[in-house]
Design a protein around this ligand. Structure first.
Ligand code: DLL
Length: 447
């Protein structure tokens, strides 16, 4: 199904993996979602006693759900439900029908475990194939997958998607930066898939070693954690590539729930598989498109782990305006944080991504994207310390310019967030690097 898509005006869009679905007119897409929702609610009611009980508590039967307009009637599912029903309580198919298990990277509480039938794996890989082709991938590309392989969904998802596109797949997994770069050079990798923080580290190392001219990368597909536009620019400039965002979560399959296209202006949600809603995280009320709130997903094609109205805790905005790439599926903005990782510092609500935005905005090349936010408490007052690595150039500069940059960041943070912070410019490469998701926040108040 890999082909180039033509508009009515004869313009050629970049090749898409499933053009007939990706460009489906919105009214047809709505009708498809309605039809699939009705079927899925019946499937869940009949096969998932945990959710049937939740529906019964609301006095609902599958007959009450006649289409998309009835979605709001259904009860929510949360991570707490997943933990309560762990490990098999939310399965829609017997284990003997399943071929795969993946698990979240969560370190607190019990891990969330998700199950897949072969059909589920197939559809998930289709979503990742859409993402790879949206980043310009073709069968002639060498897709270098540095997401972790194993229980984490990153490696398996992009690996499967790359196979579907027909690209040459390099299953590097994470770690061993020297080997990553060696393979990248020797085997002429063209598309890099990893977390943005690891991409930034690879970019920095490649630049330091003067290898930029020897790598053939043209694009990167980076997700699994929040990253800013400034960080995108930094990676793009250092590697000479176009960097695309990709979003997903284990509970819904993994990467590929949404992905960026050539416009790099929001991630298209695979709406033929997932219905997206934005709700008020406090009241659960559904909010109109364009309003910031918590992202909720209903999986309408999944067999083994069919979650309905799953609260992601990701704070986000949906955008239904037409995208010039030709895709019709709704776009979600980069998540602006999680309703559960919001820091409250001296009574002020602060999203770590806002701090990152400030840091990168004021950097002017003096600092790198490596930072750590340390929250503590002294004499019953919250403290906020931010360690940021200096660039090599700044490091060799005089002490007065270090003070000037620190003061500038403090002032910007105060003006944008309304709180005071202590900013420490630290020597290059002194903040521990991560091969997976970066550890950005240390909240010592909880200990
Ligand atoms: O992180 C799946 C994934 C793998 C996505 C590779 C993209 C690439 P989990 O470990 O279950 O799954 O974590 C899901 O990570 O609810 C978001 O809070 C966050 N997240 C994922 N993608 C992005 C992104 C994978 N592009 C949780 N931007 C989600 C910001 C993201 N946050």
């Amino acid at each position: 199904m890999v082909c180039t898509h033509f508009t009515e005006l004869g313009m050629i869009y970049m090749a898409m993996y499933q053009p007939e679905i990706e460009t489906m007119p919105q009214d047809q897409l709505r009708a498809l979602q309605s039809e699939r929702l009705v079927k899925q609610v019946r499937h869940v009611y009949d096969n998932v006693p945990y959710y049937r009980k939740k529906m019964e508590e609301k006095g609902l039967t599958p007959d009450d759900i006649k289409g998309l307009d009835d979605l709001h009637k259904l009860p929510f599912l949360t991570k707490d439900d997943l933990r309560e029903a762990y490990p098999y309580g939310l399965m829609g198919r017997p284990l003997s029908d399943c071929v795969r298990i993946q698990s979240t990277s969560g370190t607190t509480g019990r891990r969330v475990v998700a199950f897949y039938t072969q059909h589920d794996v197939d559809l998930w890989e289709d979503c990742c194939a859409r993402a790879i082709m949206a980043a310009g991938g073709t069968k002639d590309d060498v897709v270098h997958v540095s997401y972790g392989y194993g229980l984490f969904t990153g490696g398996a998802g992009l690996h499967g998607g790359s196979h579907k596109v027909g690209s040459l797949t390099l299953p590097m997994s994470s770690g061993n930066t020297d080997r990553q770069i060696q393979f990248m050079v020797d085997l002429e990798s063209t598309i890099l898939c990893c977390t943005p923080s690891y991409a930034a580290y690879l970019a920095e190392t490649i630049q330091e070693r003067g290898l930029r001219d020897q790598i053939k990368l043209k694009a990167g597909i980076f997700g699994a954690e929040a990253w800013s536009e400034e960080m995108r620019q930094d990676i793009q400039n250092k590697l000479g590539i176009k960097a695309y965002d990709i979003y997903g979560l284990t509970e819904l399959s993994g990467p590929g729930v949404s992905y960026e296209c050539s416009e790099q202006a929001g991630m298209h949600i695979c709406e033929d598989h997932f219905i997206a809603e934005i709700i008020d995280p406090d009241t659960g009320e559904v909010l109109p498109d364009g309003t910031k709130g918590e992202l909720v997903f209903t999986a309408i094609t999944k067999e083994a782990f069919p979650l309905l109205r799953y609260r992601t805790k990701d704070i986000c905005v949906l955008n239904r305006t037409k995208c010039s790439c030709g895709r019709t599926h709704v776009r979600m903005a980069k998540p602006m944080g999680r309703s559960d990782d919001m820091l409250i510092i001296r009574g002020v609500n602060v999203f770590p991504s806002q701090i990152e935005e400030v840091l990168l905005k004021v950097s002017g090349g003096d600092i790198t994207p490596n930072y750590q936010i340390i929250v503590g408490r002294e004499n019953n007052t919250d403290t906020l310390d931010i360690n940021v690595e200096m660039s090599e150039a700044m490091f060799s500069d005089d002490i007065r310019s270090v003070e000037r940059v620190e003061k500038n960041i403090v002032a910007q943070l105060r003006s944008m967030l309304g709180i005071g912070a202590k900013v420490h410019l630290v020597n290059p490469k002194t903040i521990a690097r991560s091969e997976g998701k970066a550890v950005r926040i240390i909240d010592n108040r909880k200990i």
